[in-house]
Design a binder for this molecule. Structure first.
Ligand code: GDP
Ligand code: MG
Length: 300
């Protein structure tokens, strides 16, 4: 049988489970997940194999109405990813379907592609609602839309994911694999490591603080016994945010560091000594070099 390879772009409003699905299909954490919106800031590739097919999943930041520069850059990265793809998954949350926005994304996804590509509607989090409510939801979302297929899944529990993967594998165009067979993502380890710390900050801190930070890996040193020393800087915008991040007696940053180091150990397969430095930079979100670091366009 000949080899197949193609790109599958995952679009949807924030928090529907795009990154959870990406990780589940890849079988490893390549994209961070949190209960907060706008966790994913850049386009991330998750690479997976099924039979003779290599499927390159394009996880995107959620689509929402952008207000600030960073928001605009994230939404633009999401739509940009959908222009050169072989298939689009428009994902929605069965529990909070946000029907108007999802229908708009479906419309745009169907129209946008110059060579029309298949668009699948993926309804996620079916573990949260009774099955008999799903039929009505499918009807409402897909009414008069050119949707190729509808999948009902739970990205978290795994229901329906194997069927989706099988279908994706069959729909990929014939062609050589673009990545080595053991590669799981296009994100260099340095960036993935910064993402792991950001994930812990999203999971452990409340309110607005996570949105005001960015994390960058400054140095990465490997020792002969395999262990790794990683130093990262967490940029915050205000003194008060720094205080929240550090916590009383530094206990919060300690939690973040320990949790991130555990994730990193899992990722790298060796013990990790993680050093976190907090710096105040009032307008990092207006500075071009941070966008380059994040893999985002500054001028959109
Ligand atoms: N109950 C349930 N929660 C899910 C499922 N998939 C994702 N989640 C949760 O939804 C939240 C957002 O997930 P995430 O993958 O970051 O969404 P994204 O913003 O679309 O990438 C996280 O708290 C996930 O654990 C699912 O199938 N069922
Ligand atoms: Mg995400």
């Amino acid at each position: 049988m000949s080899k197949r390879c193609g790109f599958v772009t995952i679009l949807g409003v924030p928090n529907v489970g795009k990154s959870t699905l990406t990780n589940r299909l890849v079988g490893s954490k390549v994209s961070i997940v949190s209960p907060k919106v706008q966790t994913t800031r850049r386009r991330i590739l998750g690479i997976t194999l099924k039979g003779e097919s290599q499927i390159v999943l394009v996880d995107t930041p959620g689509i929402f109405v952008p207000k600030k520069r960073l928001d605009r850059a994230m939404v633009s990265a999401a739509w940009g990813a959908s222009s050169e793809t072989d298939l689009v998954l428009v994902m929605t949350d069965a529990h909070h379907p946000r029907q108007m926005e999802t229908r708009e994304i479906l419309d745009k996804a169907v129209k946008k592609s110059t060579n029309p590509v298949p668009v699948f509607l993926v309804i996620n989090k079916i573990d949260l609602i009774p099955r008999d409510q799903l039929l009505a939801l499918i009807a409402q979302l897909s009414e008069d839309k050119k949707i190729d297929r509808v999948f009902l899944i739970s990205a978290q529990k795994g229901d329906g994911v194997e069927d989706l993967l099988q279908e994706l594998a069959e729909r990929m165009p014939e062609g050589p694999w673009l990545f080595p067979e053991d590669q799981l993502t296009d994100l260099p380890q340095r960036l993935l490591a910064a993402e792991m710390t950001r994930e812990q900050i999203y999971c452990l801190l409340h309110q607005e603080v996570p949105y005001a930070i960015t994390v960058e890996t400054e140095s990465w040193e490997e020792f002969r016994n395999g262990s790794v020393k990683i130093s990262q800087v967490i940029y915050v915008q205000k003194e008060g945010q720094k205080a929240i991040l550090l916590g009383k007696g530094g206990h919060q940053i300690k939690h973040i560091r320990e949790a991130a180091a555990r994730e990193l150990k899992e990722l790298i397969g060796h013990p990790v000594h993680l050093f976190l430095h907090v710096k105040i930079s009032e307008n990092w979100a207006e500075q071009r070099h941070h966008y380059t670091e994040l893999g985002l366009e500054y001028d959109v």
